[in-house]
Design a protein around this ligand. Structure first.
Ligand code: AMP
Ligand code: MN
Ligand code: MN
Ligand code: MN
Length: 278
């Protein structure tokens, strides 16, 4: 059985390893088919592809796009994208452009709760100046020694409703799916178990996604509990979605699930890679 990991991050977004280092770690962990899916950024793809091919892994070009749906942030993964597609490149550029101003707003809000100079602090952790993320702020706040780990920093400072949270309008669902499809890719709902939608809202979200040409959801992800593996297996079957899986690896110490360490997809699902020819 192939070991497939179609979701992870490098220092081109909020991961800590370079694309080639992520590739090497994937290979060392037994991954056969691998996609790097940086947030709103595809500049890591050439290095990732070269490293994957040198290591004899099947390389899948990917991205994870931030969108806003019904006021909530949702992530849409695109896999098998042509990263030279102009609609995709321009769309991602526009999506990234709001991050700089947002980062200054986050820093200003953190200053009011006793964390000064967080912009400069976060910047120390940024690998790509176009992609400053809440994760970089989290690493800086963690460095200050006031929270034991990154996830408690999020819970106390950066999650919705907390002092460092700045509401942001990302791309729309229609835009993200259209950029992915224009680039010949497959649109995948990332970690559906993370969104705080009612059952009704989820139903509307999935049907709009499908209507726009979205075809897959992540069933297994580092963000899902074992119970959620079962829940989203049922969701995929009920809505006729293809199933994807990926660790959502960011860093050797921060990530709950390492590259290549998810269990195999549950039986009865059609993998998103079913017609990719390997
Ligand atoms: P941003 O796109 O700047 O809003 O940052 C979103 C990123 O923050 C996600 O991709 C995760 O890597 C990280 N993140 C969000 N919530 C949490 C959490 N509760 N614990 C750890 N990391 C989180
Ligand atoms: Mn992230
Ligand atoms: Mn995500
Ligand atoms: Mn991710």
């Amino acid at each position: 059985m192939l070991n497939v990991d179609l979701h992870c991050h490098s220092n081109m977004s909020d991961g800590t390893l370079a694309p080639s280092e992520v590739a090497a770690r994937a290979k060392a962990n037994g991954v056969d088919v691998w996609a790097l899916t940086d947030h709103d950024e595809i500049d890591g793809i050439p290095a990732a592809r070269a490293a994957a091919e040198a290591l004899d892994m099947v390389y899948v070009p990917g991205v994870e796009i931030s969108i806003t749906w019904a006021g909530e942030t949702v992530h849409i993964v695109g896999v098998q994208i042509d990263e030279t597609n102009t609609a995709l490149i321009e769309g991602l550029r526009a999506t990234r452009s709001g991050r700089e101003l947002r980062a200054h707003e986050i820093a200003a809000q953190l200053a009011t709760v006793g964390i000064p100079d967080a912009y400069a602090g976060a910047l120390k952790y940024v690998g790509n100046p176009d992609l400053i993320s809440r994760t970089h702020f989290a690493r800086y706040i963690h460095e200050l020694g006031i929270q034991p780990d990154i996830s408690s920093v999020f819970r106390h400072y950066l999650a919705e409703g907390k002092p460092g949270y700045v509401p942001h309008r990302w791309a729309t669902l229609a835009q993200a799916v259209s950029w992915i499809r224009a680039a010949g890719g497959v649109a995948v709902v990332a970690h559906p178990g993370r969104y705080k939608f009612s059952e009704l809202a989820f139903g509307e979200f999935f049907s709009e996604f499908k209507q726009l040409g979205g075809t897959a959801i992540e069933v297994l992800t580092g963000s899902h509990s074992v119970e959620q593996y079962a829940t989203y297996t049922q969701v995929a079957k009920r809505h006729g979605f293809l199933a994807s899986c990926g660790s959502d690896f960011h860093d050797p110490h921060e990530s709950r699930i390492d590259l290549g360490k998810l269990p195999p997809l549950p039986a009865g699902l059609t993998p998103v890679w079913h017609d990719w020819g390997f």
